[in-house]
Design a protein around this ligand. Sequence first.
Ligand code: HEC
Ligand code: HEC
Length: 337
Amino acid sequence: MSWKRTLVLGLVGTVTGVAGLAAGAVAYAALTTEARLQFPDAPIPDLAASADPELIARGRYLVHGPAHCSACHSTDDRDHPEKVHTAPVAGGLPFHMGPLGSRFARNLTPDPETGIGAIPDGLVARAIRSGVLPDGELSFFMRLACATPSDDDVVAILSYLRSLDPVDHPVDPGHWALFGKVLLTYAFPPLTPRDDPPPVRVPEAEEPSVERGAYVAEHLALCTSCHTAMDPSTFEPVGPKAGGSLPEASHGADSDMEFVAPNLTAHATGVTGRLDEEAFLARIKQGRAYVSSIMPWENLQDTSESDLRSVYRYLRSLPPVDHDSGPPYRPVGWTAP
Ligand code: HEC
Ligand code: HEC
């Protein structure tokens, strides 16, 4: 055999081997992703809804206000985010992730067929606290983008959801496509249910406080998750707290545009450095500037003045970060001039 032939055969062999390995890896991912996301034994919190009108009212406030459940669960119309104020939490936003697949925020009203009517309180509470869905599948969205309320506040949320009128509205359960499964298997570290101890509730009070602000900003409104630079594959912070996010392409029709969640700290380059408490409240009340922004503006407009003042004071108490992230809305790949 000539050396050329040996080389060609060797190359073909290597290429076939690599292709075979890749095909094997894809098949492995396809077969195991569903299993990797199954956590049927995740602990079920011993929490139950109550008919206490005070709890129902607090739950209503949390769902539509700071915990912003309604931002995802009440409208499927990304072009009209203001519907969050009026639509019931009967199923919601589509998350179309291109070749990764699609998922849909579900109907949270007590309809037994299309909502959570037939799902026991403990399983609803588990979805909220750990991200594990009633059928045992760990939800990417509930795990990473949902609030982490205290046990008391989970009870308030359950009580409110159980008090709603049932709405018959079927929601597509969605799916992960093959490429999504490959990514979930290989590109991301294994996702596990949230199992940190629930935070202790700091009740809302007449007098705003840094402590209440920390609870609202870290566990209900998630200001600090969105406004901090995170590694997109591990979701671990890679920048200082509330110092501004990395750019992220828009989820709207304007996919040639990107957003950054700006620095919220008290440095001159940060939002609470530039705005005093009254100007900050006015900015939140003024609301949304960009239709496709993922910032839950409508829910913060339905958040109490006292809670917003607490959030401001908490953000001011964080170490100031010197970072100007540029315009919050700009073409993908924008760089500072
Ligand atoms: C970032 C968007 C988002 C937010 C915010 C959010 N959810 Fe969800 N939620 C989803 C999606 C998407 C699903 C469907 C599961 C999936 O496909 O991953 C879901 C599923 C659920 C389920 C499971 C329902 C079922 O029938 O299986 C419950 C319960 C739930 N969410 C409650 C809440 C509550 C309560 C809040 C507020 C504290 C909340 N969610 C906030 C996106 C969100
Ligand atoms: C889901 C992600 C997300 C969450 C949660 C979030 N933000 Fe934002 N925020 C953004 C993005 C993205 C922008 C930039 C686009 C825009 O202005 O809508 C932004 C913009 C802002 C602005 C506007 C700054 C300016 O210069 O006009 C303020 C103020 C703000 N956020 C404060 C907060 C506070 C306070 C919280 C918590 C109570 C919060 N955000 C929660 C993503 C988020």
